[in-house]
Design a binder for this molecule. Sequence first.
Ligand code: F6P
Length: 338
Amino acid sequence: MLTGGGDCPGLNAVIRAAVRKGEEVYGHAFTGFRAGWRGVIECQTTELTTNHTRGILPRGGTILGTSRTNPYKSDDGVARVLDTLRRERIDALIAIGGEDTLGVANKLCGDGVAVVGVPKTIDNDLSATDFTFGFNTAVQIATDAIDRLHTTAESHDRVMVVEVMGRHAGWIATYAGMAGGADVILIPEEPFDIAEVCERIEHRHRRGAGFSIVVVAEGATPAEGTMATQAGELDEFGHVRLGGISNQIQEEIERRTGFETRVTILGHVLRGGTPTAFDRVIATRFGIEAIDAVNEKDFGKMVALRGTDIVRVPIEEGVKELKTVDPKLYDAATVFFG
Ligand code: F6P
């Protein structure tokens, strides 16, 4: 078993569930790989038994460690992965990760490796599953932060710009913005015009509100030609490192409206700490389904949440396209803008 990509609350709950059912019900033995695909390439293993996984259900992060290593990025990466799996006598691999980790899992299936995938990410941007675990926790943390920012914004008559993670999908921003009563929500799916954002804030202030809350997804982008932005560096999967757009938005709002404006970037706080009860339950159900799939030799599958059911879908379905925010959901949020 391995955990790859950005960590996320609920990873330990998946590990615990798969190990518990695998050992106690099916009599399987587990090997944990440290630090995602890097651990498989470098054959860094750790013992994984029911005893090792006791007490980890509420613990954030991952006891296995994680990395953003991509075996397909180095010449001998895949050969080393296959070599490790042979040497460690691994019959099946449970890969817990997001788009990148499961993308590698999917390619390895093509190279004959028996893999089952478990969808993880606070971003909730994987297709074929209604929710990924970690998302609910991130939304709750962001909502709590927005509630707190409301009281200080109101006391000082300020505009508060709150930036949340989510990469190129605005799920966290939309859910937390709706739950926290945001006055404007900016997401990557809907390029924004800063002039319109300022107009909404001014309109609200003309109607008597002394403060405003603007929730910004880190991947939000201005409509072409409306505001200049800076590009960040790329990781091994070719993803740009996001974060900081809210600083530019804050400057523009202050310059254009004259309202005192402050920024809070929630960043990795959204990924830290204990998972919510909802995430603990889906993570546990995912772990159990994953080991059931292994036991039935149903490989090349990703476990997924559909409605209230846990199902299996081809890994490819989960990673083939980014799941972006439903326009109907965003439309509902816009009723409360300005
Ligand atoms: O994919 C999860 C995520 O937290 C994104 O929301 C964010 O853009 C990225 O990971 C941050 O990555 P890192 O942990 O490498 O800074």
